[in-house]
Design a protein around this ligand. Structure first.
Ligand SMILES: NCCCCCC(=O)NO
Ligand SMILES: [Mg+2]
Ligand SMILES: [Zn+2]
Length: 343
C-alpha cells in the first residue's frame, strides 16, 4: 500500500495547548507523524509518495472563503496586534449573543473556532495546506486505480467544520477528499470515522446531503470532546435524513463491543451502495491513549483493517488522532497491514 507523506507537517510545531488550566506541550506533535512514517518504512508497507500541490480550490469546495482567508492571515494579524504568545481563542458568542464576524483578531479567533485547545503559530497555515495536499494526492492515487492508500495527514482534520477549527484540526482533509471523489464522478461516497472522537466537522459538512454517507464510532460526547455534537439522534436533515449515523460508546469499551458498531457501519455502507470509502483513521481508541477511554489493543487494528478490506471499495485512509506515540506507529500501520491481509 502506498503512503503519502509531507515533511511540511513539521511546520505545525506549536509549543502550547491549553489543557486543565495549563499551557502544556501539545498532544498533537510532530513525533506522531514521524513515528508512523518510521513504522511504514520498517514494515516495508510500500512506496512513500510526496504530495502534489492542489491549491486552494479543492479546499474551498468544503470550507468558506472567509474561513480560508482567516486561517491564512491569522498569525500575521495576531502578531500585528502585539500579542506575545501563540494565537489562542478565548471569546465566543454565548447564548443570546450575535454570531457575526467582528473585526478584532480576538473576536475572529472565537468566531472561527470551537474551543481553546488548538493554538496557532507560524507554520500552521503551511502545514494545514500540506496536509490537504497529502489527502488529495492519496485520493488521486485511489481514483487512478490504487485499491487503498494511506494519507499520513498531519495536522488532522475531522473536527474542522466549513468555517471552524479546533480539536487540533484546521482543514477537513477527509471531507475535502470525499468531495474530490464526488467531483470526479463517484456517485456515492461513504466516510467511516473510526477515530475515538466524533467526526463532528465531517458530519456537519455533509449533514444535508444524501450523496456522502457519514458514519462515526466514538466516545460519548456527553463525556468527551467535541461535547456538543455526535449523539445518536443526529441522523441527517432534509435530503440528508438517514445519511448520518453516530455510534456512541462509554468508557472502557473493548474491541469485542466496538466491533459490533463496526459491523453496523459496514452493513450501512453496503446498503448505501458506496462507490468509494474514506476512513478518517484515529488510533486514539487504543487502550493506553492518554486522552481517550476505549480499550482496543494493537492486534485489534489488524482485525479492523481486515474488516474494512472486506467492503471491497476503493479506500482512502486519512490519519487523524492517536497520542500514545510509542504505540501509534504499530497501531496505524496494523490497520494497513490488516487491510492487505496480514493476520
Ligand atoms: N483537546 C480536546 C480533545 C481534542 C481531540 C483531538 C482528537 O484526537 N480528535 O480526534
Ligand atoms: Mg470517530
Ligand atoms: Zn481523536
Amino acid at each position: 500500500m502506498k503512503t503519502v507523506f509531507s515533511p511540511l507537517h513539521n511546520r505545525r510545531d506549536v509549543k502550547t495547548e491549553l489543557d486543565g488550566g495549563l499551557l502544556i506541550a501539545p498532544h498533537e506533535k510532530p513525533s506522531r507523524a514521524e513515528t508512523i512514517l518510521a513504522r511504514v518504512k520498517s514494515q516495508a508497507l510500500g512506496e512513500i509518495v510526496e504530495p502534489e500541490e492542489f491549491g486552494l480550490e479543492p479546499i474551498k469546495r468544503v470550507h468558506t472563503d472567509n474561513y480560508v482567508e482567516f486561517l491564512e492571515n491569522c498569525w500575521q494579524e495576531w502578531q500585528s496586534d502585539g500579542k506575545q504568545g501563540e494565537a489562542i481563542p478565548v471569546f465566543w458568542a454565548g447564548r443570546g449573543m450575535r454570531h457575526r464576524e467582528p473585526k478584532d483578531i480576538d473576536g475572529r479567533l472565537g468566531y472561527y473556532s470551537m474551543g481553546a485547545d488548538t493554538s496557532i503559530s507560524d507554520g500552521t497555515w503551511e502545514a494545514a495546506c500540506a496536509s490537504v495536499n497529502v489527502a488529495l494526492t492519496g485520493q488521486k492515487l485511489v481514483a487512478g486505480g490504487e485499491r487503498a492508500v494511506f494519507a499520513l495527514c498531519r495536522p488532522p482534520g475531522h473536527h474542522a467544520h466549513a468555517d471552524l477549527f479546533g480539536g487540533y484540526c484546521f482543514f477537513n482533509n477527509a471531507a475535502i477528499a470525499a468531495q474530490a471523489f464526488r467531483d470526479q464522478g463517484y456517485e456515492r461516497v461513504a466516510v467511516l470515522d473510526v477515530d475515538f472522537h466524533h467526526g463532528n466537522g465531517t458530519q456537519s459538512i455533509f449533514y444535508h446531503r444524501n450523496d456522502v454517507l457519514t458514519i462515526s464510532l466514538h466516545g460519548d460526547p456527553d463525556l468527551v470532546f467535541p461535547h456538543f455534537l455526535g449523539f445518536e439522534d443526529e441522523t441527517g436533515e432534509g435530503e440528508g435524513e438517514g445519511y448520518n449515523l453516530n455510534i456512541v460508546y462509554p468508557p472502557g469499551t473493548p474491541f469485542s463491543v466496538w466491533r459490533q458498531g463496526l459491523e453496523t457501519a459496514c452493513r450501512r455502507i453496503a446498503d448505501f451502495g458506496a462507490d468509494a470509502l474514506v476512513v478518517p483513521l484515529g488510533v486514539d481508541t487504543f487502550e493506553d491513549d492518554p486522552i481517550s477511554f476505549f480499550k482496543l489493543t494493537s492486534p485489534d487494528y489488524l482485525t479492523l483493517g481486515q474488516r474494512l478490506a472486506q467492503l471491497g471499495l476503493p479506500t482512502l485512509f486519512t490519519m487523524e488522532g492517536g497520542y500514545d506515540v510509542d504505540a501509534i506507529g504499530v497501531n496505524a500501520v496494523n490497520v494497513m497491514q490488516g487491510f492487505e491481509g496480514k493476520a
